[in-house]
Design a binder for this molecule. Structure first.
Ligand code: SAH
Ligand code: SF4
Ligand code: F3S
Length: 471
């Protein structure tokens, strides 16, 4: 993963796209998870066909679009601030069109148009093909909205425009939506029903990326383990007995595109991750040995209230399975502190599962109640904010110790690294990641981004490995 980054804490990223002209300029800013960033690349593709060019300068834009996230309250607060700011630009430029896309658009629907009058268009994640029409409605001074969710839309035929890309790593959406209904989570409401994308279009996209010089793809879905494509649909049957491809089959198909192409994925679900997936990962050298396996809580009662579909024991069994197939596999997690009714003992179980698994990396959050979710309807959000925060602080501290300990065991060893970019620390250094998704920084020598190099790690911090090339 090129860092899911602590979701909405990620700075809004400005998109740049090149294309034909209609004289109009688009400023596109994205928040949220990798899937949202991948969607922005779909939006860019759709609007490029309409002749839009992008700009990094909000002041010269004819159209400002925000692709938004609704996962926690502070994600939405940030977007509201941005919208208020963009609205102030309208005073001098009444023709400016402002639109909200993505999960917050889906959650708030016409509230953004009618009550708050912050925007001209509101477009949900399954309606991006409608954008050109809605933009022209807005240009005529009306307000436009489409927040219909679909059971079929996967944008399988839209060739994404790679935005802010290093030309080395790209995301490929393999499915949309989520059917899991974890009680804390807004995603099933904002992204709709789960559906998988045509396997052949995914493999085709990976091939195309290789032709363009890309070296790494990350397959994206809220729960990649429930990927399923009916092969009989297009008459191309890989396993005639079965008639469908699962995530392991898809991983194998993408890995076979090119041995020089690294394959990653995000995110696995503990209740659905099969041994077949792990066996497939172990079989292909170019599938990175890294599993993002969000635990959320280490206590089985809390997991039950979260409606996660597994217990602590089940989760630990999946961790053992990962280690059985791939002893050195990197494992990361997501953790929520202060979920409804979380007692001190239940919280201690989260710390103890962290000790037991010893994660390489974690994304950690305090619980934020979301409207319409099961938890909002069934449970009281009864843990005081200070308690949520102090629990989070200890979880973060513990994770930092574990990451540092892992990194120390990597010192003195040689790691294969795909070079991604110049290091932020020094213009003399490159940065890339090893197979376990850990950032490695080293002096450039005669290497270049996109190269695979062997790096001897000589020191480490809680976040990074530091070394030198020993090819
Ligand atoms: N589909 C992925 C997670 C997507 S959301 C999975 O099931 O693992 C990314 C992370 O945000 C979640 O793993 C969870 O840790 C966090 N999250 C989701 N809803 C949240 C909420 N209401 N409050 C706090 N954190 C939340
Ligand atoms: Fe949300 Fe659960 Fe679906 Fe993940 S699996 S997106 S946490 S409902
Ligand atoms: Fe946020 Fe939507 Fe992703 S709520 S985390 S942008 S699926």
């Amino acid at each position: 993963m090129t860092n899911k980054v602590i979701i909405e804490e990620r700075q809004g990223e400005v998109m740049n796209l090149k294309g034909g002209l209609n004289g109009k300029k688009l400023f596109l800013e994205s928040y949220g998870c990798q899937m949202n960033f991948a969607d922005s690349e779909i939006v860019a593709s759709i609007l490029q066909k309409e002749g839009f060019i992008t700009t990094h300068e909000e002041k010269e834009a004819d159209l400002i679009l925000l692709n938004t996230c609704a996962i926690r309250e502070n994600a939405e607060t940030r977007v509201r601030h941005r919208l208020t700011h963009f609205n102030s630009l309208k005073r001098n430029r009444p023709s400016l069109v402002i639109g909200v896309l993505g999960c917050m658009a889906e959650r708030l629907k016409d509230k953004l148009l009618e009550e708050e009058k912050l925007v001209d268009i509101v477009v949900g994640p399954d309606s991006y093909r409608d954008l050109p029409k809605l933009i022209s409605v807005a240009e005529d001074g009306e307000r436009g909205m489409n927040v219909l969710l679909s059971r079929e839309e996967t944008y399988a035929d839209v060739n994404p425009i790679r935005l802010n890309s290093n030309g080395i790593s790209a995301f490929i959406s393999i499915m949309r939506g989520c059917d899991n209904m974890c009680s804390f989570c807004v995603v099933p409401f904002t992204r709709g029903r789960e559906r998988s994308r045509d396997l052949n279009t995914i493999v085709h996209e990976a091939r195309y990326l290789v032709e363009q010089g890309y070296k790494e793809v990350t397959l994206l879905g809220q729960n990649v383990d429930s990927y399923r494509w009916n092969l009989s649909r297009d008459g191309q049957v890989v396993d005639p007995e079965k008639g469908h491809a699962d995530f392991a089959d898809l991983l194998a198909a993408v890995a076979q595109v090119n041995p020089q192409l690294r394959v990653r994925f995000s995110t696995s679900h503990p209740k659905d991750m099969t041994d077949k997936v792990l066996e497939t990962m172990a079989r292909y050298d170019n599938i990175c040995k890294y599993v993002p396996l969000p635990v959320q809580s280490g206590n089985s009662e809390v997991l039950k209230r979260m409606n996660r579909g597994y217990s602590r024991e089940w989760y630990l069994d999946r961790i053992s399975a990962i280690r059985r197939y791939m002893p050195d596999c990197g494992i990361s997690t997501d953790i929520i502190t202060g979920f409804c009714g979380e007692t001190e003992e239940e919280y201690q179980d989260t710390l103890s599962i962290m000790d037991e698994v010893h994660y390489h990396f974690a994304y950690m959050f305090t619980y934020s109640e979301r409207p319409k979710t099961l938890a909002e309807r069934k449970f009281e959000d009864d843990i005081p904010e200070e308690v949520k925060k102090s629990r989070l602080a200890k979880v973060i501290q513990r994770q930092s110790e574990h990451s540092h300990a892992h990194h120390k065991t990597m010192v003195g060893k040689v790691h294969q690294v795909l070079i991604e970019r110049e290091s932020k620390r020094s213009t003399e250094c490159f940065s890339g990641r090893n197979t376990q998704n850990i950032v490695v920084v080293f002096p450039k020598e005669s290497s270049a981004p996109g190269d695979y190099v062997n790096v001897l790690v000589e020191e480490c911090t809680p976040g990074t490995l530091i070394g030198r090339i020993v090819n």
